[in-house]
Design a protein around this ligand. Structure first.
Ligand code: THU
Length: 132
């Protein structure tokens, strides 16, 4: 799948967002090493902190389906700049994405900022940090 198609999928997923509180739709598209696509949208809740971002929905769908290896992700939102993922999503991404994996951050004007996992969350805490 091409980068442009992945971005299209992320943009399309905004339509599925469950956003009665923020009216701020976000879409995500995640590609596995085996070539499968997993998408996600943000899902809000009356108890606001329970909300799950589009990125984590896509990742959790893939993980719960047995996938563990990923090559590329795209995230899209309606805003003036490419969407910056929240801190919780960055930490979840860093659990499953290699430091060199690329993430395309975009908006409804199709501005694209491509970053690596390491750029998105430098000096991050990993499983290996707990080794004695
Ligand atoms: N949101 C995402 O889904 N991903 C992001 O990268 C930024 C924020 C959602 C969470 C909430 O539903 C809404 O955007 C406003 O914070």
């Amino acid at each position: 799948m091409t980068k442009d198609k992945l971005i299209e999928e992320a943009l399309k997923m905004r339509e599925k967002a469950y956003i009665p509180y923020s009216s701020f739709p976000v879409g995500a598209a995640l590609l596995t090493k085996s070539g499968k696509l997993y998408t996600g949208c943000n899902i809000e809740n009356a108890a606001y902190p329970v909300t799950c971002c589009a990125e984590r929905v896509a990742i959790f769908k893939a993980i719960s389906d047995g996938e563990r290896e990923f090559t590329e992700m795209a995230v899209a939102a309606d805003m003036k700049r490419p969407v910056p993922p929240c801190g919780s999503c960055r930490q979840v991404m860093s659990e499953f994405f290699d430091s060199e994996m690329v993430i395309h951050l975009t908006n409804n004007e199709k501005m694209v900022k491509t970053v690596t996992m390491e750029e998105l969350l430098p000096f991050s805490f990993h499983q290996s940090d707990m080794e004695k």
